[in-house]
Design a protein around this ligand. Structure first.
Ligand code: S3P
Length: 432
């Protein structure tokens, strides 16, 4: 594992284009695999998570052709995923990627053939019952317990009413993918709005999917395996990756940052809305709306104050809440994050990891069962910290270290490869 020095950061100035959105990239590859014909995907996320999905699509037998910045997937329809049900299970390694594993469970639940999903040590600890429970309820055959490895496939799925139980786009997406293959119609409902890329993309591909009511929380899905149209998609930049530079530009006086070509999907901007509630100066310009909003975000520094973050704020900011805690430690006054128990089952226990990280840098943080209480401002001191095998914790460390007055060290900096391989280079360039 590599140890890198993290520098204090001066003002961030200039333009930033972050890698393609990870959530959209996973979906584009998987949905292209079931659309008969050639899909053309540009700007896919370069990180290892999306490579796991790309590899799985290849292992499933589909032709995936790479040229610089363009990936072409030749789908063969739903039946293109079918295999001999009596053959040994086909092994699909999902690496570190929760999205790959959970979406594949839904996608493969209704195919003939058996598929064995595996993952790395972190993914093999993460809960799968939230997906396997509802899938089994509609007839899926899944061998295994609460975690990977799991063997799925060779079942006939029934339609019906389904509730995701947790506000999770991964669970919702798995249930929608299963519902599209089921006999009869389904309604899939979630408790709070989570990211809606699956719904947008499948509808753009002609899938029988429409709002079931006016709540925005329920979808009616036609079963029967209707064919999808291939995709021609340019993936917008990932707002979760841009968030770290945006946070630093807000906190370091003299900064002026423009993030270009980034996703402005409202279900992904929860962190940015919370930052604005703390006093941040952010300006959005939408350049394109369909199938995914995209545009620019301009950031100027601002004095921030603590806020209350409640359960309703969590799903649309879920990946950025550790970063919000870092920002809160720099703000004036107290920030309370509640209802964020989901953070305990991400790539690491992110409530514990964030508390440890911030305490090392001198911040006053208390961990609660389902959240964090952060008392700002902080007299930042340099620290020696560990990424805890979590890409987002590694990037949070770079932000906290950027606010200290002497260099810090980070063990496991290479974990940024999961979502944002060029993260440190981009930060060095912007901070001169
Ligand atoms: C994702 C959904 C979120 C998020 C993850 C990506 C997705 O997980 O944390 O990084 O692409 O659907 P949950 O849906 O489990 O909250």
């Amino acid at each position: 594992m590599s140890v890198v020095e993290l520098a204090p950061r001066g003002p961030l100035r200039g333009r930033l284009r972050v890698p393609g959105d990870k959530s959209i990239s996973h979906r584009a590859l998987l949905f292209a695999a079931i659309a008969p014909g050639e899909s053309v995907l540009r700007g896919l996320a370069p990180g290892e998570d999306v490579q796991s999905t790309r590899r799985a699509v290849g292992t499933l037998g589909l032709v995936v052709a790479d040229a610089p910045d363009v990936v072409r997937v030749t789908g063969l329809g739903w039946a293109g995923l079918d295999r001999n049900p009596f053959a040994p299970p086909l092994e699909l390694d999902c690496g570190n990627s929760g999205t790959t594993s959970r979406l594949l469970l839904g996608l493969l639940a209704g195919r003939s053939g058996r598929f064995r999903l595996t993952g790395d040590a972190s993914l093999s600890r993460r809960p799968m019952r939230r997906v396997t429970g509802p899938l089994r309820a509609v007839g899926a055959s899944i061998e295994g317990g609460d975690t990977l490895p799991l063997v799925v496939g060779a079942a006939r799925l029934r339609g019906g009413e389904q509730h995701t139980g947790v506000a999770s786009a991964q669970v919702k997406s798995a249930l929608i993918l299963a519902a599209l293959q089921a006999e009869g119609d389904s309604v899939v409902r979630e408790p709070e709005r989570s990211r809606d890329h699956t719904e947008r993309m499948l509808r753009a591909m002609g899938a029988p999917l429409e709002p079931a009511d006016a709540t925005g929380l329920a979808w009616r899905i036609g079963g029967g395996g209707a064919p999808l149209r291939p995709l021609a998609l340019v993936v917008p930049g990932d707002p979760s990756s841009a968030a770290y530079a945006v946070a630093l530009a807000t906190l370091v006086p003299g900064s002026s940052l423009r993030v270009e070509g980034v996703s402005l999907n409202p279900t992904r901007l929860g962190f940015y809305r919370l930052l604005a509630r703390m006093g941040a100066r952010l300006r959005y310009e939408v350049a394109e709306l369909e199938p995914e909003p995209r545009g620019t975000i301009d950031v100027e520094p601002a004095a921030l104050r603590g806020i209350e973050v409640g359960p309703a704020d969590v799903p649309e900011a879920v990946d950025e809440l550790p970063l919000l805690a870092v920002v809160a430690a720099a703000a004036e006054g107290r920030t309370t994050i509640r209802g964020a128990g989901e953070l305990r089952v991400k790539e690491s226990d992110r409530l514990a990891a964030t508390a440890r990280l911030l305490q090392a840098f001198g911040a006053r943080v208390t961990e609660t069962e389902e959240g964090l209480v952060v008392a700002g401002p902080t007299r930042w001191r340099p620290a020696a910290v560990d990424a805890e095998a979590d890409h987002r914790i590694a990037m949070c460390a770079a932000v906290a270290a950027g606010l200290a007055d002497a260099p810090s060290t980070l063990t496991g900096a290479e974990w940024v490869r999961i979502s944002y391989p060029g993260f440190f280079d981009d930060l060095d360039r912007l901070a001169g």
